[in-house]
Write a protein that binds this ligand. Structure first.
Ligand code: TXA
Ligand code: MG
Length: 308
């Protein structure tokens, strides 16, 4: 069953049932060494899944749950290997979505749920996107568009300072201002989540990212008509909006809106037949760190040929 969370839609199965978890891996085409996040309704749910709860994890849970933060702790020995990808640790979070919480309370079991997309594809942020990517999944609970739009921050709590394994809407700055020591201030070298080894977040169109808007116009020169989608944040899109190569422009007014609409924009640009998506990276601050991470994993830097 697919269900909404505040980050992205998840594909859920009982985390204690190895066969159910195996079916989730099969539906997604997911590598078996990439463990799932287990969703629980409250901190008591975390305590049942782990060998011990580090005091820092309790601080983080008290401050940020329910919310877009996943805590990696030492796993209870009873957890199936299928759920943890064979690791000694387990990733747990309490989602901040009324439908997800109602489902978790009704199921009364921990629910392992990766994002509800084929492995390597962008995460779905609407029920329709989940259904389109995984049509064989019979039930998709529709909770509307996801408020955050990017997957949760994954934090390894097994050592102090904590490591950010995947950046998300709970930023390094937010952790630090809550008094949590963060290794490397959340820099890219700290991302050690098994999932980050695999290709990710890729729409059908090829994604190219740029640091500044300067290179966009030269890149559009040789592009066929109506073949490019443009993603920008806080930039006036005026110089490109009417360019014949541009099929769609998604100009987000701020970082939150950029995050909320990113995967939806990928899907819309695919549907519009775009061959290429050019995305402007936001500055590496706050939510910008997570946006840069997803865009850079989805694509490649835009290289503009020198004028001859
Ligand atoms: O926002 C989210 O986290 C969404 C919603 C549905 O909750 N879920 C999600 O799941 O993004 P998924 O499977 O697409 O990503 C889980 C990430 C992967 O990068 C995985 O490698 C990492 O969490 N992960 C899971 N267990 C881990 C562990 N024990 N140690 C380190 N990383 C782990
Ligand atoms: Mg995913």
């Amino acid at each position: 069953m697919a269900f909404p969370t505040e980050t992205v839609y998840g594909l859920g199965a009982c985390a204690l049932d190895p066969d159910a978890v195996a079916r989730v891996f099969a539906a997604k085409g997911r590598p078996a060494d990439n463990p799932l996040i287990v969703h629980v309704a409250d901190v008591a749910g975390l305590e049942r899944l782990v060998a011990r709860v580090p005091p820092l994890a309790l601080d983080l849970a008290a401050r940020f749950w329910p919310g877009p933060l996943t805590l990696v702790c030492e796993a209870a020995p009873s957890l199936p290997r299928q759920t943890t990808g064979g690791l000694a640790t387990v990733a747990v979070r309490v989602p901040a979505h009324p439908v997800a919480l109602a489902l978790l309370r009704a199921a009364d079991v921990p629910v392992a749920a990766p994002s509800a997309n084929r492995s390597g594809r962008p995460s779905p942020t609407t029920a329709a996107m989940a259904h389109k990517d995984l049509p064989e999944v019979e039930v998709v609970l529709d909770g509307g568009p996801c408020a955050v739009g990017l997957e949760s921050t994954v934090v390894d709590c097994t050592s102090t300072p904590v490591h950010i394994l995947r950046p998300g809407a709970v930023t390094a700055e937010m952790l630090q201002s809550a008094g949590i020591p963060v290794a490397g201030e959340g820099s890219a070298s700290d991302y050690r989540s098994p999932g980050t080894r695999h290709a990710h977040y890729r729409p059908r169109a090829r994604v190219f990212w740029v640091e500044s808007t300067e290179n966009i116009l030269p890149a559009l020169k040789a592009a066929p008509p109506q073949s490019v989608g443009l993603l920008t944040c806080g930039n006036p899109p005026a110089p490109w909006r009417d360019h014949p190569a541009v099929a769609r422009v998604d100009a987000a007014p701020n970082l939150q809106a950029y995050a909320r609409s990113l995967y939806r924009a990928f899907a819309d640009m695919d549907a519009a037949g775009c061959e290429r998506i050019i995305a402007v990276l936001p500055p590496a601050e706050g939510l910008g760190v997570a946006l840069r991470d997803r865009l850079q994993r989805a694509g490649e830097p835009l290289v503009v040929p020198e004028p001859s």
